[in-house]
Design a protein around this ligand. Structure first.
Ligand code: COS
Length: 380
């Protein structure tokens, strides 16, 4: 399999790398420390076209697909995991609308999410429906008199939820059918009855705000139904397949970033009269980190290739996310070990990378859920 980048993809990579080094890296510590969503950086991402990856230029996007997303997200994550996560998770909403939306929905919602600098969110998880996403209880009952869905319930741990302009929400339009009665509905910020609840205080990824969304008799016009009634769970699962490749890319990026810092450090750090790069124990750490990260990257690009080729990729998306996220924890941990006391200090980026990396094993499906998806595919 040839994963060489095209000239356009190489240019995108260069642009993403320079943007990340010049704009994202320098504020990564600050947004982590202050738990602040990087509004300016998101606006710059939009200006450069990153927020429109995977959406046709007709709707303000820049085209491309999973591979382009992987390229950008990986480069961002080397410098700032929160910014990488913001882009990666934002893209779920416009890509779902581009895939399942009507022409009217695409015209109405996509330009602001792609080139307009507005954030999208994907709201599936509920307090009692995390790994068991099909147990969601939020309802959206059609009022035949007004032709509006009346939404009641709450969503939790929604990345970007406190800032999102457009939310792709999953709710039961026919509660008697469980997950087969779930539908996807587009809800705009400011709709009466839709409020933001608790904004979480997390271990890492502080710049990517995570919030509770509350719906109390929130009325949304029927034309905001995304796809068909009762097909919401499938839409959610398909969107998550793609999102998991994004988490794979975040994981590869943070691992590559930690490896690069470690390579630099072991050449500079002198102990016992010589750079620690000359110690075999350190060399073996570096060899393991480089090998496992390269392997993780290959699987992420393979899953992206399958998605871009229109081939089934559910299993490979789960595999790449499972593998790359475990590697992100492994590599950031060893990088911290190599840096010793310095790695543990907030003066250096490693402790942030270590904290940020952990979430990749949890969100967009835990490692354990990915093993369920993979084993079902393998065992039949
Ligand atoms: N693509 C398309 N359809 C899919 C799918 C996929 N990747 N995965 C499942 N489906 C479909 C199934 O084909 C089935 O369709 P039918 O009704 O036609 O039979 C339906 O969805 C139900 O599937 P299944 O029986 O496998 O559902 P489960 O309740 O067993 O749940 C898991 C499957 C566990 C995989 C799912 O709940 C999951 O991914 N959980 C994790 C959720 C998550 O990642 N949350 C992260 C945060 S999102 S804000």
């Amino acid at each position: 399999m040839d994963f060489s980048l095209t000239n356009e993809q190489k240019l995108l990579q260069k642009m993403a790398r320079e943007f990340a080094e010049n704009e994202l890296g320098p504020v990564a510590a600050e947004i982590d420390e202050n738990h602040v969503f990087p509004v300016d950086n998101f606006a710059k991402m939009a200006k450069l076209g990153f927020t429109g990856i995977g959406v046709s230029p007709e709707y303000g996007g820049v085209g491309g697909g999973a591979t382009e997303k992987v390229i950008a997200v990986t480069e961002f994550a080397k410098q700032c995991m929160a910014s990488a996560a913001i882009l990666s998770i934002h893209l779920i909403a416009p890509q779902a609308i581009a895939k399942h939306g009507t022409e009217e929905q695409k015209k109405k919602f996509l330009p602001r999410l792609t080139s307009g600098g507005r954030l999208g969110a994907f709201a599936l998880t509920e307090p009692n429906a995390g790994s068991d996403a099909g147990a969601a209880q939020t309802t959206a009952i059609l009022d035949p008199e007004t032709n509006e869905y009346v939404i009641n319930g709450s969503k939790c741990f929604i990345s970007g939820g406190s800032r999102a302009d457009v939310v792709v929400l999953f709710a039961l339009t026919d509660p008697s059918k469980g997950l087969r009665g779930m539908s996807a509905i587009i809800v705009e910020r400011g709709t009466p009855g839709f409020t933001v609840g608790k904004v979480e205080n997390k271990m890492g990824l502080a710049g990517s705000e995570t919030a509770e969304l509350i719906f109390e008799d929130c009325r949304v016009p029927r034309e905001n139904l995304l796809g068909k009634e009762g097909k919401g769970f499938k839409i959610a699962m398909q969107a998550l397949d793609g999102a998991r490749i994004g988490v794979g890319a975040q994981s590869v990026g943070v691992a590559e970033g930690a490896l690069e810092l470690s390579v630099k450090y072991v050449h500079e750090r002198v102990q016992f009269g010589k750079p620690i790069a000359s110690l075999q124990g350190i060399q073996w750490y570096i060899a393991d980190m480089a090998t496992k990260t390269e392997a993780a990257k290959t699987l992420v690009y393979y899953a992206a290739y399958l998605e871009d080729s229109g081939k089934p990729f559910t299993k490979e998306a789960a595999m790449c996310k499972l593998n790359a996220s475990e590697n992100a924890r492994f590599v950031t941990n060893l990088a911290m070990q190599i840096h010793g006391g310095y790695g543990y200090m907030k003066d250096y980026p490693l402790e942030r990378m270590y904290r940020d990396a952990k979430i990749t094993e949890i969100y967009e499906g835990t490692s354990e859920i990915h093993k369920v998806v993979i084993s079902r595919a393998v065992l039949g």
